[in-house]
Design a protein around this ligand. Structure first.
Ligand code: F0G
Length: 448
């Protein structure tokens, strides 16, 4: 086996890589009050803010878009899309939405009432917010190992089965659905084992609770099962994917991740029970059931993306890249959440910059310096985002799919080596202005 990771594609359309001087970046940041959300992307060299909707599409996807059928009702593109989702998941009922949170809003809208509870390993922010918006409670039951950043465990996204069992036993009449997020984004993009999915399904079903997957990184999760679960390495990825979906009653999907598209989502269900209600709501808010807030060309791109994401060469390269970054950062002595998950690296800024106390936002200091030094846009996930409730001071580098190459990553690693030498000289920040909610998006900062 060669050591060098090669991209399993050739590049035919390019975008220039923005390269500003440090001096220019300093003035950009000053103007943005040191908030990277307020920086224009044309001033960013490596945009690692999110892996969502940032995919580079293939020639086959662009070609499929050209032959879409933009009919309001009964479009050929919808039927192709529906057949693809059904062939992958086995679920016959497919409801398109414009993105993941629209699927959440629809499903929770018809199922949840105040006082109800929805367990999962970890709910993603928008999932939690949509549950709470209905007056219900989002309950995180990830295994204890999933909360310890430096602890190695092959499936840190697993749900704690004992706690799930007792939770379902106690509240079964208040739980209209149970969930699992694959991979577990909030916990660091960590996978859930097939065994754990099977056991969780058994518990949910024993208490008569429908089991719905948040499946937006289902292919990455399946790859971890293939490579980490005993005697799975010879199974074709599609069989593993099918086994996962067979265990659940349906899924919600933000196709902006493992759909390999820039916009899109869906709900897919095994049973008909909720379908009519969902379609009625869909017509109110998203659009007719055969396009659900998307153009038919978006559905065409997604239909092709769902096949491409299951190519084993693609998945091998995808996971090898984040793991290469993780391994090299560990070798450089940069503290990160371990093991590396699928779509992102999380740097432990509190450990990397011990001279900066929590109250002076070590994550923000690191994110700012990564931008100043190399034009990297990352995301603070710590005291800026969660105030005093922040469990850790992390900085997330989320990798867009098929966008950056191995030499980009090597260049960034060289930058980390330089940064490490200067780490002790970095200083913290204070907030000069912030809104009452979701302050990380618009807060203004000043250097200390
Ligand atoms: N579920 C998970 C696990 C997610 O990671 C996301 C989005 C959603 C649902 C919502 O999907 O954005 O299409 O409405 N995560 C992005 C991120 C935003 O950066 O991690 P959406």
């Amino acid at each position: 086996m060669r050591k060098t990771i090669i991209e399993p594609f050739k590049i035919r359309v390019t975008e220039p890589l923005v390269q500003l001087t440090r001096q220019k970046r300093e003035s950009v940041l000053e103007e943005a009050h040191y908030n990277l959300f307020l920086v224009r992307s044309e001033h960013v060299t490596f945009d690692f803010l999110t892996d969502s909707g940032t995919t580079a599409m293939s020639a086959a996807q662009w070609a499929a878009m050209m032959v879409s059928d933009e009919s309001y009702a009964g479009s050929r593109s919808f039927h192709r899309f529906r057949e693809k989702v059904t062939s992958i998941t086995g679920y016959p009922h497919v409801i398109p939405t414009h993105q993941g949170r629209a699927a959440e809003k629809l499903l929770f809208g018809i199922l949840l009432k105040p006082g109800m509870k929805v367990p999962s390993n970890n709910h993603f922010d928008t999932t939690r917010a949509n549950i709470e918006y209905m007056g219900a409670q989002a309950v995180d039951l990830v295994i204890p190992e999933g909360k310890v950043p430096e602890l190695e465990h092959p499936f840190k996204g697993n749900i704690d089965l004992e706690r799930l069992e007792s939770f379902c036993k106690e509240f079964k009449d208040k739980i209209p659905l149970g969930m699992l997020t694959i991979t577990n984004n909030t916990g660091g993009g960590q996978p859930v084992s097939l065994e754990n999915i099977r056991d969780a399904a058994r518990i949910y079903h024993r208490y008569g609770i429908p089991f719905i997957l948040d499946a937006c990184r289902f292919a990455e999760n399946a790859w971890f099962i293939k490579t980490r679960e005993p005697a799975r390495d010879r199974d074709p990825i599609r069989n593993i994917v099918r086994e996962i979906f067979d265990l659940a009653d349906g899924c919600m999907m933000s196709a902006k991740k493992d759909g390999l598209v820039n916009i899109g989502g869906f709900i897919a269900l095994k049973h008909e029970t909720w379908v009519q209600d969902l379609r009625n709501q869909l017509i109110l808010t998203e659009g007719f059931p055969t396009y659900g807030g998307l153009a038919a060309r978006d559905l065409e791109a997604l239909t092709v993306g769902l096949d491409e994401v299951l190519e084993e060469d693609y998945l091998r390269y995808r996971i090898a890249t984040s793991h290469y970054m993780g391994r090299r950062l560990i070798e450089l002595g940069i503290p990160i959440v371990r093991p590396v998950g699928g779509h992102a690296i999380y740097i432990d800024a509190a450990k990397f910059l011990p001279q900066i106390p929590k109250s002076e936002f070590p994550g923000q200091a690191l994110a700012v310096e990564l931008y100043l030094q190399d034009g990297i846009r990352s995301c603070e996930i710590g005291s800026v985002m969660f105030k005093e409730a922040a469990p850790m001071e992390l900085v997330r580098l989320a990798f867009p799919r098929r966008v950056y190459t191995q030499s980009h990553f090597d260049y960034i690693l060289e930058g980390f080596e330089e940064l490490r030498a200067r780490a002790a000289s970095l200083r913290g920040f204070r907030i000069t202005e912030a809104p009452p909610f979701l302050r990380h998006f618009t807060a203004k900062f000043a250097k200390l």
